[in-house]
Structures are given as structure tokens and as C-alpha cells.
Design a protein around this ligand. Structure first.
Ligand code: NAD
Length: 481
């Protein structure tokens, strides 16, 4: 039976840091901007070093007891928490659209995924690994919680990516302190405020701040593990900072995913999928199709149909009905996109759709398709994180695989073909942490997710993701001397 008090509505008008299960004010505040209309969002705290020290102290205290609780107890708390997230789902989705810009239906999907992630991840069992068992000796590998995890979250999927880290940390017996992106602090603060109803003080905390806050986490000697999702450049800074205290680090970084379309596909059947999987969230997803390689035999028909499909997708404020493209999330991203779009002229590229960015009341960018640019062009080499898609012709299987694997990134990659054996053979040669056949961007809380090469270090989600929040301990248990 759902607990009405615990599932009751949260207030979404004022936003506070959460330290030791208390709303914690700061002497200074700031706000982000609604990317659809450039209006200021509500004020949020600016956490200081003193706030970080205080949260870490409480987390370390909380860890002493929380680490001793059973999986069953943690499962029960997390399961009740999932119900409360669902009970507040509409308010979370509206707030997510306000702060992130994504259309309301996509925001609702992300919030729904957050509670799905909780329920699925707590079904994963972490068992001791008995290596040897004899009459007088048992050798066992156990997984013990690390202590305090710092969860550093980006602005593109602030709800799901924060939740993936929160669940993994506390389910494995750790305390966690969440640090949202300064661009999208609102839902994360509320997720953690909601968590205070279900977890002892200090187990789940949240500090929102400005650009100085991340390094306070990575430098802190009282934080044992950092789970970071964000850009490659910042990931390198995070790792360098964590090296000082030899913190455990998981890095989920940027990608530039290739999708290879073979000549035997049913074009009409896959065009809507390719269109959506290239442009969802205005292409601000790490694992979107960002380099589309289409076999030369079908290239012209494919391009024509892709353009026709993408033209049907509406651009606008995420609160308007039927909008598919919300604004890009922030001014920095908008300016970066404008700079990349300028390469269409400077590199003499051909825009088969769109091609320019107009100023408006928000950070709106209409979808753009670049027709067969050279491999060396910036739109192919760089992760755009904006709705600009390069589509290239290919004819030789080895050559296209080489191109697909040519970059320093290796997050996701896909092959599309009716010939499953051929597609699987090609997929096996792709250098990426996640590879799909006849799909892209499928994710599951039970499937590990992470990047090869500079797209990351380690994985999150699934059993392997949970174990990344644990230390390995080998016990040699002798019954006699
Ligand atoms: P970002 O690297 O700018 O910021 C990510 C987070 O790190 C934010 O919370 C930010 O405040 C914090 N941060 C910034 N500087 C820091 C520092 N020196 N030390 C510690 N923390 C610091 O990334 P972003 O712009 O928010 O996100 C977009 C990028 O993230 C894209 O490249 C995208 O591909 C990548 N991304 C990857 C995944 C994945 O799972 N692999 C998922 C989503 C996004």
C-alpha cells in the first residue's frame, strides 16, 4: 500500500541544497535560464567549500550505519523512493522542460526511466564469489562499499543520469553527494529532497553551485569515488584531480557515434528510426547517431526520404503540443553550435536541409543535414551536440569500418542491414562500448554502459556498473591455525 505522506507532492517553487536531510540555505544564490524563452529560472544555492566539507562529514557518518544495512533494507527504501518519484512525475517533467528545454513528452519519458532504473537495478544481485572451498579453508571474493561517492551530472539528462548514480551508490551501501550541472540543478535538488523521506540523514545529499564546485568534489579527501558524466575535456581534468587522492573514478564522456546503413535495408521502415535517433533531445545525447554512413547504392533515395521525414518534426517551446525539437540547452551550447555551423561556409559543405541558425527568443536550432562532407570536415570529426547531421556515402565494407573506428571516441555505434549475419560480422569489428544491430541508443538499467577510447573509463549500470561502487575484498578464511 502506497504511503500517502511519503508520496505526497513536493513543492517545486523553492530550491535548496540538501545536507544531512535538511534544506540548507547558502548566503549567495544564482539561477539558470529557461532555454526556450531566455527567462530566469528560480534561484538556486551556490554551495561553498564549507558546505562540501559539511556534506562530506555527514556522508562519512551516515556511511557507518548505511554500509551495514542489508540489500533487502536498501531495496525496500529504494523501491519506496521509486514510488514517490512516480507520484511526483508530472512536476518533475514540467521542471525538466523548464530547465533543460526538452519537449514535455521527452521529459516525461526521462522521469519515467528514472523510476524504472531504480526498480530494475535493485533486482540485480551482488553475490560473493567463492573461489575455493575445502574442509579447513574458504577463499571468497566479496564486494564492499567504498564510502562516499560524488555524482557529477551533466545538463542533457539530469534526471536519469543523476538517478543512475544515486541508485548504484546507495544500493551497494555507499553514501552519495550529487552535484548537478549549474545549467540544470532544479530536478536534481528535488530528487534528493524527495529522497530525505526514505533514507537516513547523510545517505543522499545534493549540492548545487557554480563552476567552482566540481573541483571541490574531485579534490576532496573525504570523497572515495567520483562518478562523472560529461565532456571529454572535463573528464580529463576530473581524472587528474582524482589522482591526487587516488579516488576511484568512472568517466562517462562524449561520443561521435557512427551508424552504418547497408544497401539491403528497407529504407521506408528505418527512416523514422534514423531520424529520431539522430535528433532526439536536439541531438544533445552522448549516444546519438552523429555520423551517418549510407551505402552509395541507396544514398540518394535515403537522403531524400530522410529530409522529408525530418521536415515533419516540429521545432518549438517544449511545452507546445507535438514539438520534437526543443531549444538547445544553454547559451554556451548555442554559441558552440553557431561556430560549428560556420564551417558549412568556410569548408564549402552542402547543406541538404537547414544550414543556418537564426536568432530568436530562445536557443532554437532547426535540423540540418550535411550532404556527403569529407571525412576531414569538422561536422564529421567533432561531436556537435546540436542538430547537425553529416551523411556520407560508402561502398567498401572494410573502408567504412575503418572510418567508423577512426576517431578517438568510441561510445556507441550501429550497423543496419536485413542480413543479420553480415551486420553482426560488421558490428563485431566496431570499437565502441555499446554496439547495436538495427537499432541505436537502446539502453537498459541491467546492461552495462560506457565508452571505449576517450569516451570513458569503466561502465555504469548493470552488475558491472554496480561493482564500480564497490571495493573487491578477498578473504582467506581458515578454520584452524
Ligand atoms: P561538462 O563536462 O561541461 O560538465 C559535466 C559536469 O561536470 C557538470 O556538472 C559540470 O558542472 C561539472 N564540471 C565542470 N568542470 C568540472 C571540473 N573541473 N571538475 C569537476 N566537475 C566539473 O559536460 P556537459 O556540457 O554538462 O555535458 C555534455 C557532454 O557530456 C557531452 O560531451 C556529452 O557527450 C557528454 N555526455 C556523456 C554521457 C555518457 O554517459 N557517456 C552522457 C551524457 C553526456
Amino acid at each position: 500500500m502506497a504511503d500517502t505522506a511519503k508520496n505526497g507532492p513536493l513543492d517545486f517553487t523553492t530550491f535548496h541544497n540538501i545536507i544531512n536531510n535538511e534544506l540548507s540555505p547558502t548566503s549567495t544564490t544564482r539561477h539558470s535560464i529557461n532555454p526556450a524563452n531566455s527567462k530566469p529560472n528560480p534561484e538556486v544555492p551556490v554551495a561553498t567549500q564549507e558546505d562540501v566539507d559539511r556534506a562530506v562529514k555527514h556522508a562519512r557518518n551516515a556511511f557507518k550505519e548505511w554500509s551495514k544495512t542489508s540489500f533487502a533494507e536498501r531495496r525496500a527504501a529504494l523501491s519506496a523512493y521509486a514510488d514517490a518519484v512516480d507520484a511526483n512525475a508530472d512536476a518533475f517533467a514540467e521542471t525538466l522542460t523548464m530547465e533543460q528545454g526538452k519537449p514535455l513528452n521527452q521529459a516525461a519519458t526521462e522521469v519515467g526511466m528514472a523510476s524504472t532504473w531504480i526498480r530494475a537495478m535493485i533486482e540485480i544481485e551482488i553475490k560473493d564469489n567463492v573461489i575455493e572451498e575445502k574442509d579447513d579453508l574458504k577463499i571468497v571474493q566479496r564486494y564492499t562499499p567504498m564510502g562516499v561517492a560524488g555524482a557529477i551530472v551533466p545538463w542533457n539528462f539530469p534526471v536519469l543520469l543523476a538517478m543512475g548514480k544515486i541508485v548504484a551508490a546507495v544500493y551497494t551501501g555507499n553514501a552519495v553527494i550529487v552535484k548537478p550541472s549549474p545549467f540544470t540543478p532544479y530536478c536534481d535538488l528535488k530528487l534528493v529532497e524527495l529522497a530525505t523521506r526514505f533514507f537516513p540523514p547523510g545517505v543522499i545529499q545534493c549540492l548545487s553551485g557554480d563552476d567552482t564546485l566540481g573541483p571541490m568534489f574531485t579534490d576532496h579527501p573525504g570523497i572515495d569515488k567520483i562518478s562523472f558524466t560529461g565532456s571529454i575535456a572535463t573528464g580529463k581534468r576530473v581524472m587528474a584531480s582524482c589522482a591526487k587522492t587516488l579516488k576511484r573514478v568512472t568517466l562517462e564522456l562524449g561520443g561521435n557515434d557512427p551508424a552504418i546503413i547497408c544497401d539491403d535495408v528497407d529504407i521506408d521502415a528505418i527512416i523514422p528510426k534514423i531520424g529520431i535517433l539522430s535528433y532526439l533531445c536536439s541531438s544533445q545525447i552522448c549516444m546519438m547517431i552523429k555520423r551517418l554512413y549510407v551505402h552509395e547504392k541507396i544514398y540518394d533515395a535515403f537522403l531524400e526520404k530522410l529530409i522529408a521525414f525530418v521536415k515533419t518534426l516540429k521545432v518549438g517551446d517544449g511545452n507546445e503540443a507535438d514539438v520534437f525539437f526543443g531549444p538547445v540547452q544553454n547559451k554556451m551550447q548555442f554559441e558552440k553550435a553557431k561556430e560549428l555551423f560556420s564551417s558549412i561556409t568556410t569548408e564549402n559543405l552542402k547543406a541538404a536541409l537547414g544550414g543556418s541558425i537564426e536568432e530568436s527568443h530562445g536557443y532554437f536550432i532547426h535540423p540540418t543535414i550535411i550532404d556527403n562532407p569529407p571525412e576531414s570536415s569538422r561536422v564529421v570529426q567533432e561531436e556537435p551536440f546540436a542538430p547537425i547531421l553529416p551523411i556520407m556515402k560508402w561502398s567498401d565494407e572494410d573502408d567504412v569500418l575503418e572510418k567508423a573506428n577512426a576517431l578517438d571516441t568510441g561510445l556507441g555505434a550501429s550497423v543496419w542491414s536485413k542480413d543479420f549475419e553480415r551486420a553482426t560480422r560488421m558490428a563485431n569489428q566496431l570499437q565502441a562500448g555499446v554496439v547495436w544491430v538495427n537499432s541505436h541508443f537502446d539502453v537498459s538499467p541491467k546492461a552495462p554502459f560506457g565508452g571505449h577510447k576517450q569516451s570513458g573509463m569503466g561502465v555504469e549500470w548493470g552488475l558491472t556498473g554496480l561493482l564500480a561502487y564497490c571495493n573487491s575484498q578477498t578473504q582467506w578464511l581458515k578454520k584452524s591455525f
